[in-house]
Design a protein around this ligand. Structure first.
Ligand code: PHE
Ligand code: NA
Length: 465
């Protein structure tokens, strides 16, 4: 397959490679670590339903818009927005989408690396048999002991940031393409094994009830906000990661048999990524909640949920040492392919400014690492220093995920739906089905922005009142 080449940063080998890369970005800690624990904190079923709704009516349309803008511009998000703004004859301030995105990237990358480092440590712990026959209380204690050790965590945080920046420094295409092709399918399989084990535990039906029985009386305003934020976070939206990856997406492929050029439809490509991402999140929930209920653990575990529940599974299944270390390793890899996409937009922009890729990666890596130290210390030394949303870590997570990503997404939707010329957007999208196109357009113009604005207004109002 051959395709027209345009971005200075390179082009994905095919549509399939784009799907893999975007899935690599999307599937990560957001699915396996964050989704289960915020579901636990926000009451279960109704929250899950709301989350799914947000994926469908806000996430997929905005993801489509983001890929479309990226492919049209072919540059890093900041310069893509500059280019599209001048093409649409509007103010260069629209490049602010890229700048806001760069800021979000720093914030997310910093705490993302801190959490990924827990998984790195747990890979080692699983491999040395530390979870053998572990009980629920022991598992909690094990996690707390890890958190209480800032030096250990700093070491793994540094290692993870280094791993991320090595790939970004080499250019995203080379290593990433190959890695995700093997790792993603393997992650799916192991998750299925875990869900299989969870079905045999006594807490399984309680867990299914918790996850899928919709009790709307449990739903709070904050839960709605968190669900929207999670939809953005899990699909990597609102900060330019998907825009940057879209810039490396080919416009058409030449079918080798017929020699005809076929356009690549963005919408159907995006839908595949969103579905895969959702399956992983639901799978993670179905693997972990039964263990919580079986072990008599608290549902609102918070950020430690995955690290408390999974050792219970691995400590009690045959081959648990092998499966356990493999699974945590895969979580690390999933987090790795996501953090790479967090670094890429900023690094690509610095490269366009004339820096070498290596220098740019070092700069971004150091900045995010430094900020990440704050998150590492939030679980020990700074544990009691709380302000606004909680610890330093809580604030980083809340600000980026619940405020900045939805804001970035809102601006992206407005640009794609209102500012850009309709004919251009339509051509770039390549949706053949006109009705489907109209649905997308209505969602991006009216529904998604309205949903995000309503949420902001509501949360400001409830914060003030
Ligand atoms: N989507 C990733 C996850 O679910 C996190 C991420 C957010 C990655 C934003 C890139 C950009 O883990
Ligand atoms: Na995700």
């Amino acid at each position: 397959m051959k395709q027209e080449n345009k971005s200075v940063h390179g082009v994905w080998g095919s549509r399939w490679v784009f799907i893999l890369a975007a899935t690599g970005s999307a599937v990560g800690l957001g699915n396996i670590w964050r989704f289960p624990y915020i579901t636990g904190e926000n009451g279960g079923g109704a929250f899950v339903l709301l989350y799914l709704l947000c994926i469908a009516v806000v996430g997929i349309p905005i993801m489509t818009a983001e890929v479309m803008l990226g492919r049209k511009g072919g540059l890093s998000p900041i310069n893509t927005m500059r280019k599209l703004a001048s093409e649409s004859k509007v103010t260069q301030r629209w490049a602010g989408i890229g700048i806001l995105g760069a800021l979000s990237a720093f914030l997310i990358l910093s705490f993302y690396s801190a959490v990924a480092s827990w998984a790195l440590y747990y890979t080692w712990e699983a491999a040395r048999g530390a979870f053998d026959g572990i009980t629920a209380t022991q598992s909690e204690a094990h996690f707390d002991t890890m958190l209480a050790n800032p030096w250990l965590m700093l070491g793994f945080h540094s290692l993870f940031m280094l791993l991320t920046m090595v790939v970004v420094a080499r250019g995203v295409k080379g290593g990433l393409e190959k890695a995700v092709q093997v790792l993603m399918p393997l992650l799916f399989v192991l998750l299925l094994v875990l869900v299989g084990y969870a079905t045999t535990t006594p807490g399984f039906s309680d867990a299914m009830n918790f996850l899928f029985a919709f009790d709307f009386s449990k739903l709070t305003g904050k839960a709605v906000l968190v669900a929207v934020g999670q939809a953005f976070f899990t699909l990597s939206l609102g900060m330019g990661a998907i825009m940057a990856y879209g810039a490396y997406m080919p416009r058409e492929v030449t079918d080798q048999k017929t020699g005809k050029k076929k356009p690549i439809s963005i919408l159907s490509t995006v839908a595949i990524v969103a579905i895969l991402d959702t399956l992983v999140a639901l799978g993670a929930g179905m693997a972990m909640f039964p263990l919580l209920f079986s072990g008599g653990l608290e549902v609102g575990q918070g950020p430690g949920m995955m690290f408390v529940t999974l050792p219970l599974a691995f400590g009690n299944i045959p081959g648990g040492v092998l499966f356990g270390s493999l699974f945590f390793l895969l979580v690390v890899c999933a987090a790795w392919s996501s953090s790479i996409s967090l670094g890429e937009p900023v690094v690509a922009w610095l490269v366009e400014k004339g820096l070498t890729r290596v220098k740019a990666a070092i700069l971004v890596g150091l900045g995010a690492w430094l900020l990440g130290v704050g998150s590492v210390l939030s679980f020990n030394v700074w544990e009691d220093n709380t302000f606004l949303a909680g610890t330093f870590f809580d604030n980083m997570e809340f600000l980026s995920t619940t405020v900045m990503l939805p804001l970035g997404g809102l601006l992206i939707a407005i640009f794609a739906g209102w500012v850009m010329k309709e004919t251009q957007a339509r051509k770039e999208l390549g949706i053949k089905n006109f009705k489907l196109y109209l649905v997308w357009r209505a969602l991006v113009r009216i529904f998604s922005p309205a949903a995000v604005i309503a949420l902001f207004v509501y949360s400001i109002w409830s914060a003030v009142a």
